[in-house]
Design a binder for this molecule. Structure first.
Ligand code: XMP
Length: 518
């Protein structure tokens, strides 16, 4: 489908922070896509028809033979171009400037840029004197290309900001997309304004566009969607439902490893509130039966993963005439990564949970969220009327409580765990801490300890409370609850949950720990 919105192309030369450029632009309601430089051919440019182009940074040196280049035709498109770091150097190199290495001009980290001349790209900059920027370069531009002038310098980058204002080509040595360039967002704002973007990328517009696109792709065919109760699959399901109504069937696999009331909450919300066709595949007996006696973490995960696929397929087969499988794949899952090692260089992450299923079942894919980042999915969820309690939920892993029950899983342990977890989350919500925490849960430990309650001896399970802060789940720190909160929560759990007589708090960060216990 031809897009109705203006598009900006980010040519990726392999920087670690290219995704941040896209974030900054999306925040400005500008639609952009990241494409590795290898894929950006003349034909691609013609087809994509960008309204502006950004060259990302990258680890290579333009001096090296075979280092990445944009296609020459990009400079003839007649659209504004912004080159960042390696992008600046490659732009200079291609347009007749000179890039050199050495001479002690490398800069890593904080630097300050001094203005030279006024430039609309820098509106709002230099109001309080020099601007802080973040540099990370070994090479440097030693001669700027014809047509360019200098607009800012730093101690080790005499050409920190250069521009050819006639052609609207801009080149900066620093990284405006990172947090440590405080006015970086303003620079992007100015760039897209100069390029004439109208800021037409809103969730309302996306919703309309996607509904039309789904209708066009799927027609009157049937679609199956796996629903986990998480934000991504919930938003994908509601969007599809708006587009194709009864032709959508969702399958919710209940593996018996969900939290207290979770299955009921998900089923009632989607059936009653959204009137969506939902198969509640209650297969807890199957999963818990296969897991019986298993205590090795990897074995447990493998059993669950395999059964999940089998069960999903079994129910999906019952949906007669289904031709499509919907997945809540997000943009970060589809961005192709740039490799400099040669050979086939792109890897695309496939979505977990239903990985491999479309091919196995001969289904085509519908991925209505593949242009979105996680926070955009949340915004779309709000737009679609999903309750805030669903949108702001902590992540919950596919294998569920199995990985919060180290050692052998039994129904009795799961019941105890569910009760303790519900109290812990209730405490966190009551104290207004839920949104400050990335993820919080209880793990039931495979150990029983002696206690005393009333006049009697107890011999019950110990549990661990876990709460972490994180931005992406890759690294995490434990949440610094105050002792009153911990004491009150421990007392509630021990008083209200038969089977637990000891509560501990896990203060391990990630690394060296992981967020989950298994
Ligand atoms: P770890 O424990 O590796 O977890 O620090 C990082 C994040 O990933 C979640 N997680 C999973 N999510 N399937 C999922 O969908 C899984 O198998 C899985 N294992 C861990 C975990 O909850 C945390 O948010």
């Amino acid at each position: 489908m031809t897009p109705s919105h203006d598009r900006l192309l980010i040519i990726d030369f392999g920087s670690q922070v290219t995704q941040l450029i896209a974030r900054r632009l999306r925040e400005l309601n500008v639609y952009c896509e990241i494409h590795p430089y290898q894929n950006v051919t003349d034909a691609f440019l013609k087809e994509f028809a960008p309204k502006a182009v950004i060259f990302s940074g990258g680890p290579a040196s333009v001096i090296d033979e075979g280092s990445p280049r944009p296609p020459k035709s990009v400079f003839d498109l007649g659209v504004p171009i912004l080159g960042i770091c390696y992008g600046q150097q490659v732009m200079m190199h291609c347009l007749g400037g000179l890039v050199e290495t050495g001479h002690g001009t490398a800069e890593f980290g904080r630097a300050f840029v001094t203005p030279k001349n006024d430039l609309p790209l820098l509106d709002g900059w230099f109001e309080q004197g020099d601007e802080q920027v973040w540099m990370s370069h070994g090479d440097h531009v030693s001669k700027i290309a014809p047509g360019f002038d200098v607009y800012g310098t730093s101690p080790n980058a005499p050409y920190a900001i250069t521009a050819d204002t006639d052609r609207k080509f801009f080149a900066v040595q620093f990284h405006p997309e990172v947090h440590h360039t405080p006015k970086g967002a303003k620079l992007y704002e100015n760039f897209v304004r100069l390029a004439g973007f109208g800021g037409d990328w809103t969730m309302g517009a996306y919703r309309e566009k996607m509904i039309a696109a789904i209708k066009k792709q799927v027609g009157d065919k049937k679609v199956i969607c796996g629903l986990s109760g998480g934000v991504d699959s919930s938003v994908a399901a509601i969007l599809l439902h708006e587009a194709i109504g009864e032709n959508l069937t969702c399958v919710f696999v209940d593996h018996g490893l969900l939290r207290k009331n979770e299955a009921q909450d998900v089923v009632s919300m989607f059936r009653e509130h959204y009137n969506l066709q939902l198969i509640h595949a209650d297969e807890s007996d199957l999963f818990l039966g296969e897991l019986e006696g298993q205590s090795d973490p990897e074995t447990k995960r493998k059993i669950i993963g395999k059964l999940f696929i089998d069960v999903f397929q079994k129910y999906a087969d019952k949906v007669e005439g289904a031709e499509y499988l919907a997945q809540g794949t997000l943009y970060p899952d589809v961005i192709e990564s740039v490799s400099f090692s040669g050979g086939p260089s792109v890897t695309i992450k496939s979505h977990h949970n239903v990985g491999g299923l479309p091919e196995k079942m001969g289904l085509k894919l519908v991925e209505p969220l593949r242009e979105l980042f996680k926070d955009e999915v949340r915004e779309l969820g709000r737009e679609l009327g999903l309750p805030e309690s669903f949108i702001g939920r902590h992540p919950f892993p596919g294998p569920g409580l199995a990985i919060r029950c180290p050692g052998e899983i039994t129904r009795a342990k799961l019941d105890i765990l569910r009760e303790a977890d519900a109290i812990y989350i209730d405490q966190i919500r009551k104290h207004g801490l839920y949104d400050e925490i990335w993820q919080a849960f209880v793990a039931i430990l495979p150990v029983r300890t002696v206690g005393v309650m009333g006049d009697g001896r107890t011999y019950d399970y110990a549990c661990a409370l876990r709460a972490v802060t994180s931005v992406d789940g890759m690294t995490a720190d434990y949440y610094p609850f105050d002792h009153d909160f911990l004491g009150e929560t421990a007392t509630r759990i021990i008083n209200e949950v038969p089977g637990i007589n000891r509560v501990t708090y896990d203060i391990t960060s990630k690394p060296p720990g992981t967020i989950e216990w298994e």
